[in-house]
Design a protein around this ligand. Structure first.
Ligand SMILES: CC(=O)SCCNC(=O)CCNC(=O)[C@H](O)C(C)(C)COP(=O)(O)OP(=O)(O)OC[C@H]1O[C@@H](n2cnc3c(N)ncnc32)[C@H](O)[C@@H]1OP(=O)(O)O
Length: 244
């Protein structure tokens, strides 16, 4: 009780102001995410990226919300993810769960980037979302999966370029993804200049994490003055509990 000293009241005023600023930043971030989620076709500004003809691959690419993806494509995406990933999930603490993966892939927030030949052969896809992650507006790449016959022909890199273009055009602060440490393809993301994200958890004596979080920052936006505090240990609660 009693009177607060002038210094401590100034301090609490500063805190209040900081909290207010942070709240207004978060609501701005939410508005940016909501605007991106309203897009009809995020690939519209980049017509050159609707085709990939290289190294014996000839595909068309399209981007759409899960609501517009047909059942055959959804089934194929699930089966491809399972084929590519099940073993890696089972080799670590995540384990594989059909239902969980199917739910994640069909969540109404899911967007798809799909690579398809003219005669309808499906070669690869990305499931991504515009979302808040640790209070920041990001494009979160949940999956990038190619059929094994079409890997290492530049298509994956092309598809990541598309995600980056879409993300940065729509003012996302970064492209983020989670990759298992036991996945040799983490080298692919590093080759594309993805770096350890500040939210990536750090192993200690008590806990070691089977995954790391990588990201690429949108250099077109000025850096935030006061970055929101990150809580790596809260990662599971950040909305991306898709791997647990
Ligand atoms: C967020 C997530 O989805 S994590 C899971 C990632 N997906 C998987 O693990 C599924 C199996 N793998 C795949 O579907 C694909 O191989 C992908 C998506 C990982 C990569 O796409 P690809 O088309 O095969 O890669 P792309 O040919 O574009 O490679 C670009 C560069 O990345 C690097 N690279 C790609 N794969 C590897 C690898 N296995 N080891 C080392 N470097 C690699 C190389 O530098 C390569 O360039 P280069 O071929 O000229 O040397």
């Amino acid at each position: 009780m009693g009177r607060k000293s002038a210094a401590s009241s100034a301090k609490s005023k500063e805190k209040r102001l900081q909290r207010k600023e942070e709240q207004s930043r978060i609501s701005q971030a939410m508005a940016i995410v909501a605007a991106a989620n309203k897009l009809e076709d995020p690939l519209d500004p980049f017509p050159v990226f609707r085709k990939y003809n290289k190294n014996g691959i000839e595909v068309e690419l399209f981007v759409t919300k899960v609501a517009n993806v047909d059942q055959r494509t959804k089934d194929w995406a699930f089966n491809l993810t399972k084929k590519n990933m099940q073993q890696k999930y089972e080799q670590c603490s995540w384990g594989w769960n059909d239902l969980k993966k199917a739910e994640e892939l069909t969540d109404e927030a899911a967007w798809y980037l799909v690579a398809k030949t003219l005669d309808g052969n499906l070669l690869g896809f990305s499931h991504f979302r515009f979302d808040l992650d640790e209070g920041l507006e990001v494009l979160y790449c949940y999956e990038l999966q190619l059929d094994s016959a079409f890997q290492r022909k530049g298509l994956g890199k092309f598809m990541m370029q598309i995600l980056e273009l879409i993300a940065f055009k729509n003012n996302m602060r970064k492209v983020v993804l989670t990759v298992l440490k036991n996945n040799q393809y983490s080298k692919f993301f590093k080759a594309l200049n993805y770096e350890l994200d500040e939210s990536s958890p750090i192993d200690d004596e008590e806990e070691s994490f089977p995954y790391e979080i990588l990201s690429k920052i949108n250099k077109r936006l000025p850096p935030l003055i006061a970055q929101p505090k990150t809580h790596p240990s809260n990662h599971c609660c950040s909305g991306h509990d898709h791997h647990h």
